[in-house]
Design a protein around this ligand. Structure first.
Ligand code: GLV
Length: 331
């Protein structure tokens, strides 16, 4: 039966979440999975009251030109740099994301990437699969220590803190971090994490992990100068957004041997990967899957759906990014 409120679901999603949405809305879905062209996406948005997006689906005033129908956009991701939030706010569109439900799963992959690059796991597995393993050598794929080493975390929000917990409590690492604001001292004490300046973080970390939100202000925040400050032989891990790193500067540092390795879950032009990075043996790469356990992805999809359902049927949302729009609407 057709329902009066229409929502679009930008990409394939768990069938049970679609069923939930269909109980409430007329749903325009994209289970075929091919990303909408800019034009068809803009057209689809014209005909919708709400939308469920992923971090790969842009939403801004340009796409919404003249659209007065869209009221709410639920992003199935914690990061929301695909939204132009000031523009959505000005247009009176409520925006939401999916924090908390993915924190621990994302931290797990961050830690797995750290270990995989420090211990050269992708490189040695490729060697073995290629049938090149013929004898034992004392320095065979000798990597860097994880336990007892120093981890630098740039961006100490929920996910950064979950990584810190694994590092200090599980692996006896020294944890240094830099963030816009230091954490309360009690949280620092529990996590055994020490606030340092950005330069000190770069200079002291054996492994540097990026966990900060992306915005144009932090585009290429790790470039040639920052990499030059990093310790010789250290590792760079990114589970945040690709645009934080100047990928060519990273490729230079791996080619020169200044960095010991890197591990990337995110890339500047996803799903394209810079060919210079693909050519590096010392990079472990995953295709933006840090939150991808079945349980967590389902929780993210359900939270995005809850935000849409609550918005239209209760006048509230669970995880607002621009709560001021809702306040304005209820005044
Ligand atoms: C994934 O990258 C997310 O922001 O949730």
């Amino acid at each position: 039966m057709s329902k009066s409120i229409t929502v679009a679901v930008a990409r394939p999603i768990f069938p049970e979440v679609l069923v939930r949405l269909r109980e409430h809305f007329t749903v325009v879905d994209n289970q075929g999975g091919q990303p909408w062209s800019t034009q068809s996406w803009a057209q689809c948005l014209q005909a919708c009251d709400g939308v469920l997006t992923t971090m790969a689906d842009p939403l801004n005033a340009g796409l919404l030109a003249g659209n007065t129908r869209l009221k709410v956009a639920a992003n199935m991701a914690v990061g929301f740099n695909n939204f132009n939030l000031p523009e959505l706010t000005a247009l009176g569109i409520v925006a939401t994301n999916t924090p908390d439900v993915l924190t621990e799963t994302t931290a797990d992959l961050g830690f797995a990437l750290l270990m995989a690059c420090a211990r050269r796991m992708s490189e040695s597995e490729r060697y073995l699969r290629e049938g090149l393993w013929s004898s034992w050598r004392y320095d065979f794929f000798a990597g860097a220590e994880v336990h007892g080493s120093t981890l630098g975390i740039l961006g100490m929000g929920r996910i950064g803190q979950a990584v810190a917990k694994r590092a200090s409590l599980g692996f006896g690492m020294q944890v240094l971090y830099h963030n816009r604001h230091p954490l309360p001292s009690e949280t620092e004490r529990v996590l055994k994490a020490q606030f340092v300046s950005r330069d000190e973080l770069l200079e002291r970390a054996d492994h540097l992990m990026l966990v900060l939100p992306y915005s144009p202000d932090v585009h290429h925040t790790i470039g040639a100068q920052e990499i030059a400050r990093m310790k010789a032989g250290s590792h760079l891990i990114n589970i945040a957004r690709g645009g934080l790193i100047d990928e060519n500067a990273l490729a230079d540092a791996l080619e020169s041997g200044h960095l010991g390795g890197a591990a990337l879950d995110v890339f500047e032009n996803e799903p394209q990967v810079n060919p210079r990075l693909l050519a590096q043996k010392r990079i472990v790469m995953t295709p933006h899957t840090a939150s991808s356990s079945l349980k967590t992805r389902l929780a993210m999809a359900n939270l995005a759906a809850d935000n849409l359902i609550d918005f239209f049927f209760k006048g509230s949302v669970r995880t607002p990014l621009n709560a001021e729009v809702l306040t304005r609407q209820t005044q």
